[in-house]
Ligand binder design. Structure first.
Ligand SMILES: Nc1ncnc2c1ncn2[C@@H]1O[C@H](COP(=O)(O)OP(=O)(O)OP(=O)(O)O)[C@@H](O)[C@H]1O
Length: 241
């Protein structure tokens, strides 16, 4: 089976901090992987490296066996980064039509609008949308090329309860169509319910990985305990551990 993502001992330091400290991670095609970690744990930096946006100091990232920038350019990867902007004055329809046209085999517009929940917003200018609506447009931008791999940094952060539920239903359908999904979240129950595998980062390294049950066991907690308890135990610093 092909691996959609390989991170091989990647490291990235900034003057004040080592953001990612020797991270190795392989995501096989078709898997849904959740990346958890406290603020500053290195999730966005790891995602930036796997998308080819941040150059690692050492180690390497491969997407489908290729250089990440090449895989992104070929439309194999759709990404939604945390601070991704959206152009303001165009309508949703104009924006998504333009983005679809840049890919060799884009997702049909109606499918895209339905999956990303932007149906009914097509004629609105992007600048007039609410934060959650804009987030759905950003999700549609990530999906436009019908990529095999979706990389989503906190995809549900601004979504209301209904939009969040519909987002996960859409992700399930995409996963059933064989897509590989890697998402970072602070909502632990989302990871527990929707990911095949969870990776917990702490200080740029993997603190635990596996299913929700594996993570609880690693923290020596009962199977019925909240994942949040395991998360806090595994990511607490120094004397707490
Ligand atoms: N461009 C940068 N310059 C300097 N330091 C940075 C830069 N980007 C990230 N860092 C630092 O690297 C560490 C990891 O940051 P990163 O954004 O990867 O964490 P995160 O897990 O995504 O956090 P959050 O949950 O808050 O989004 C933090 O200490 C952060 O301050």
């Amino acid at each position: 089976m092909t691996n959609a993502v390989v991170l091989d001992d990647v490291r990235k330091s900034y003057p004040d901090v080592t953001a990612v400290d020797g991270l190795s991670l392989t995501v096989p095609e078709g898997q849904t992987l959740a990346l958890l970690g406290a603020n500053g744990a290195g999730k966005s930096t790891a995602i930036g490296m796997l998308l080819g946006v941040i150059a690692p100091d050492s180690g390497r990232a491969l997407l489908y066996g290729r250089d990440p920038a090449q895989a992104v350019q070929a439309g194999m990867v759709g990404a939604m980064q945390q601070e991704g902007g959206t152009p303001g004055r165009v309508t949703v329809k104009e924006l998504l039509t333009f983005i679809r046209a840049t890919y060799p085999d884009p997702m049909p517009f109606a499918d895209l609008a339905a999956i990303a929940q932007v149906t009914g917003l097509e004629r609105k200018r992007v600048e007039s949308l609410s934060g959650g609506q804009r987030q759905r447009v950003r999700f549609a931008m990530a999906l436009a090329g019908d990529p095999g791999l979706l990389v989503l940094d906190e995809p549900t952060a601004a979504l209301d309860v209904r939009a969040r539920r519909e987002f996960w239903a859409a992700m399930r359908r995409l996963n059933e169509r064989g897509k590989t999904i890697l998402f970072a979240t602070h909502y632990l129950e989302e990871a527990d319910r929707h990911a095949d595998r969870i990776v917990v980062l702490a200080e740029g390294r993997i603190a635990a990985e596996g299913t929700g049950a594996d993570i609880r066991a690693r923290a020596e907690l009962a199977a019925a305990s909240p994942l949040e308890d395991a998360f806090l135990a595994l990511t607490s610093k120094g004397e707490d551990r």
